[in-house]
Write a protein of this length. Sequence first.
Lengths: 436, 453
Amino acid sequence: MNRIIIKSIVILVALFIWGDSSAQQVAKSTYGDVLLKNATVHTITNGVVEGTDVLISDGMIADMGKGLSSTSATVVDCSNHHIYPGFIDGGTTLALSEVSSVSLTNDFNEIGDFIPQMQALTAVNPNSVAIPVTRVNGVTSVIVKPAGGVFSGTASLINLVGYTPAQMDAGFKAVAMNFPSAAKRGRRDRRSEEDIKKDQEKATKEIDEFWDKLRVYHMIDSASANKSNSSLTYQPEMEAMLPVYRGEIPLMINVTKDKDIEAAIAWVEKKNVKAILTGVTEGYRVADKIAASGLPVITGPVQAIPGRSEERYDVAYANAGIMSNAGVKVALRTNDTENVRNLPFHAGFAAAYGMGVDEALKAITINPAEMFGVGDKYGSIEKGKIANLFVSTGDPFEMKTRITHLFIKGWNVPIESRHTLLYNEFLERSPGLQEK
Amino acid sequence: MIKNITLSLLLLCSFQILNAQVETGDILIKNGNVITITDGVQEDTDVLIQNGKISKIGKDLSARDVRTIDAAGQYVMPGIIDAHSHIALDVVNEATDPNTSDVFVGDAIDPFDVAIYRALAGGVTTSHAMHGSANAVGGQCETIKHRWGVSNPDDMKMDGAPRTIKFALGENPIRVHGEGNRIVPRTRMGVEQIFRQGFAKAQDYQAKWKAYKANPSAALETPKYDLKMETMSDILNGDIIIHCHSYRADEILMLVDVLDDYGVKKICFQHVNEGFKVAPELAAYGAGASVFADWWAYKFEVYYSTAYNATILTRNGVVTSINSDSGELIRHLFHEAAKTQRYGDLTDNEALKLITLNPAIQLGIQDRVGSIEVGKEGDIAIFDKHPLSVYAIPQMTIVDGVVRFDIENDNDDIRIDIDPEEKISSFIDHHAETEADRCMQDVFEYFADQKQD
């Protein structure tokens, strides 16, 4: 009898737990003051400090120093652990696509070549299964970026916590542009050298025409700024480009081949716009020229094969370091969707192949934050910044290292994802081979 | 004139004969941290390779007139083995029939593919050059050694390695045949029937030949020779190892059932993203699993995946390897193996086994490669740091005692055969490619051509 009662209680408790956790993808994040005690803090901007406490309060890094105390905070002992600022990926389609081979789940590539008004933020799916998978590796913010055409749409920086795009918005936008390229689009691109050149010239001409129109639109808009009846008709692509034209937000100019990079630099100087070069696959060939231009670069993926069959095998690994050593401000990107979680490993490869650990860390923290004009809020462990950070057992570039705690905008995010949940369920399957 | 032609032909023939001799070498690697895989890590130890084979492992070894490499402070491990690759191939898919067991990947080897050198620069000495996954029963595969520098395709082959064949389940054969060609299979039900039909017909075929051979004079006619049926018969006889592209747990169990019905035991599942869900069944059948470290969600059948797959499979007793299926991933399989220490808790040796001894077992070459043991082939990768560290850089890769990659002699342009038509500046933006799935290489080109015709 007792046995049956105990059994029933066990089943009831199990049902309760199951019922509680199955309704959501992962456990809920929690909010509140947390005091991380006695950690090795990798501030990025002020070196590495040992035996230091970090107080998270109201979503911010409220204090940092030795021997902090708080009456309200939950205390986490971080002895022998490390604190790093959350990593930032400078270019992804995370949450814009769920299953890349299923076209109806892809929301990053709208029809049209001049469509800067298309907002990536609109298509962000806060419940994408890949979001928890990504953040448990310490990636707390990513650029979500439209692709295709010439002006593909508007990219946004998002934090990987929240249930609406507005909650995730980290306050930076840029218009994504594909610079007319002389590169082959994959191995199966059968265009002749001549055709490629013609396509490139045509695209360049179209951009010039678009820009002339934009200049006129800007003039009319400026002239009618204080009048109630604007004579401008509805032109969303022009409206979306105005802040670019006026230097209020940057263009993210995707460019790959060496000659294209040089052409893009010249174009930016001529148009006098704010710009960030992205991709920059062959930056190592023209690193000094990029440095001289002063343009920042978001490059990657680092783990990639060379664009030319005759190139050294490691050019993609070394590219970020070569540019950085030449004086270019470099950030990294995975250009991925479901495996943005590999960002720290891409950074590790860049570090090993010439960039060095410190610069590689900056390339996924403070450098992108500064490029996006949010360097005062993100990218380092400093008092007064937003609490995007994680606690780890060691160097987060090393695969063996574990992330033990994760905070995004002060939310204490569980180290849980579909991948960990399946692990827990199937490591020792029940029923196993036998039914009983 | 004729004399000249004859002479050239003779020269060509002798050249071919000379070339068919696989080059082996002697080499002494001194004072490295030797990761044997089968006998722990031996610090400050020497490895001597003679005539392409490991002849001695120990301290203070010496050998006369042998190139000596100082590996002090470095890590010496067995050459990495990739159980799933499509490098060094002219073509990957013969997508024209749901069963193409009569074609051989070994007929399409390209020894000049620069991907071979890039793989060597990642410490990989052996790879399983596989047919694609367009068909339920694909072509026969070839286990190759990365002897970069040879020009005879046959010199790439690992002579004597067991025969293997590609099978494929799920979306790819369904897409190509059901959706593309409007023939069976259009569903996972149809895929099962392709196998059952193939094996049943092969049994008939075997019976006919057996009867004929027992009493040729009684036969009305000689049975017709059929290469597909020969291949299917060889699978039934246990002469060929099946390597089956698969993702979902249900289809994996389906093939296990089919094979069980026909008494076929030699099976290694490839990709097998949902292998973790049926790990006890795989272990019980003795099936191998060759997985990605962390690829998932790029198509629907891999949406319910976990990067902990390799760990779960290993802990359940399945012989597991980590493969590349990619000319990029093959360059850092050591890094992919290390991910099992983020996603799971495999020991260093367990993690490294995933890219050495275990793939060797899956290819049936474990007596020859996959560990550093006396008598095994002299295939070695040397790293500056522990190969499971993200900062490890391969320094030297040795195949049969011959140095095929040396970071000190890594020249700017290492291509062997340069197409004079190709412009030196032909930059390819690989990220602009749409089909991420190497297993489907050439297939949609084939459809595009069909539409044009």
